[in-house]
Ligand binder design. Structure first.
Ligand code: GLY
Length: 360
């Protein structure tokens, strides 16, 4: 039987890995009532597992929202606030957020703002949630068709990430999480990168340990920089261009997953890294090859580049009108706040479009 990683930081308790849910049972004792916030998909596939593993814990209320990024909206936030009001939720109660990244973002925001803040725990049910979204206290909603436009940093009291839920995960969601797992390898964990390199996500032998390692990487960053003033910015590798592409496809009515967009962003931003830091050419080739093994290329063209550049200007990371990137010095080492010239950004998008043959 695998033993989960248990980690207590000043503000958050983490239990990550097989059997994490069973191990979390004592964390519920201090609360008067337990209210679960989940979505329609998770309610069907994961809530029964959650209930079975925590059969001694009584659930006093369930709030179910509609799944999907398009529903990470002010309307659903209001729905949750209304339901919390109906249930008379108060400061002695615990909110359990059970779901993927969209759910933990919106439900975290609802809990953190209701009656000026209720305590909440995150139980991520997707790979992306387990290694990224549920960790680090970013909560929020999309607004005016921009992702995460409104929100706040508030840490959950606990993050309990149990891979048991992954057996029901659809392929596109595996890919989405896998992009973020690769990112940890590239920005800070060479050993993790070596474990993954050359593999497709279903060729990875030991997901339990990969999740523990990736989640641990994220915790090691956010515990020292929750407000993203410094080192947390390294997590944005692939995200400046990736978010612009995600918005581009969302606005064109063909939404893509976060992971697909970040994978494309990592190709462009690895190219930028290779230009600015002249990382050995073999790194560029091998990183692009690994990403191409797992993700199909997008079909935007050179005519779309001005629009993508415009969308990049909405980036929350922009300071004083300058486009800052987190880039790689080499595999396992990232740097943040690298100012990049617009022409070079355009060339990185052209590289993405034109160098399709790198693995053939
Ligand atoms: N997903 C990046 C972060 O949490 O900072």
């Amino acid at each position: 039987m695998n033993i989960p990683l248990v980690l207590e930081t000043d503000t958050v308790s983490y239990i990550i890995g097989d059997n994490a849910i069973e191990k979390s049972v004592n964390k519920f004792r201090q609360f008067k009532r337990i209210i679960v916030i989940t979505d329609d998909n998770v309610e069907k596939y994961c809530l029964p597992v959650f209930r079975k593993k925590l059969s001694s814990i009584e659930i006093d209320g369930i709030i179910t929202i509609i799944s999907g990024e398009e529903n990470k909206s002010i309307h659903q936030l209001i729905y949750i606030w209304n339901e919390l009001t109906r249930l008379n939720a108060g400061r002695d109660d615990l909110i359990v957020n059970l779901g993927g990244g969209v759910l933990t973002d919106i439900a975290g925001m609802a809990a953190a703002t209701f009656k000026r803040g209720l305590q909440f725990m995150n139980f991520p049910t997707t790979l992306l949630g387990m290694v990224d979204a549920a960790i680090g206290g970013k909560t929020g909603i999309d607004f005016a068709r921009f992702k995460n436009q409104v929100g706040l940093f508030v840490n959950p009291t606990c993050v309990i990430a149990d891979p048991v839920f992954l057996s029901t995960l659809e392929e596109i969601h595996w890919h989405s999480g896998f992009a973020e797992v690769m990112k940890y390898g590239l920005i800070m964990d060479r050993e993790l990168w070596q474990k993954l390199e050359g593999k497709n996500y279903h060729e990875v032998e030991d997901w339990n340990n990969v999740i523990i390692k990736a989640a641990r990487d994220k915790i090691d960053i956010v515990r020292f920089d929750v407000l993203e003033k410094g080192i947390r910015k390294n997590l944005n590798f692939g995200h400046t261009i990736g978010h612009a592409l995600e918005s581009f496809y969302l606005k064109s009515g063909n939404p893509v997953t976060h992971g697909m967009a970040i994978a494309a962003g990592m190709i462009c931003e690895t190219w930028l890294s290779s230009k600015i830091y002249s990382i050995e050419c073999t790194c560029l080739e091998s990183i692009v090859k690994m990403i191409d093994k797992n993700f199909s290329r997008f079909n935007f063209t050179e005519n779309d580049i001005p629009r993508i550049m415009q969308l990049m200007k909405q980036d929350k990371k922009i300071r004083k009108n300058k486009q800052n990137f987190s880039l790689l010095r080499k595999i396992g080492k990232a740097v943040h706040e690298v100012e990049v010239d617009n022409n070079l950004i355009i060339q990185s998008l052209e590289f993405y479009i034109n160098r399709k043959s790198i693995i053939s």
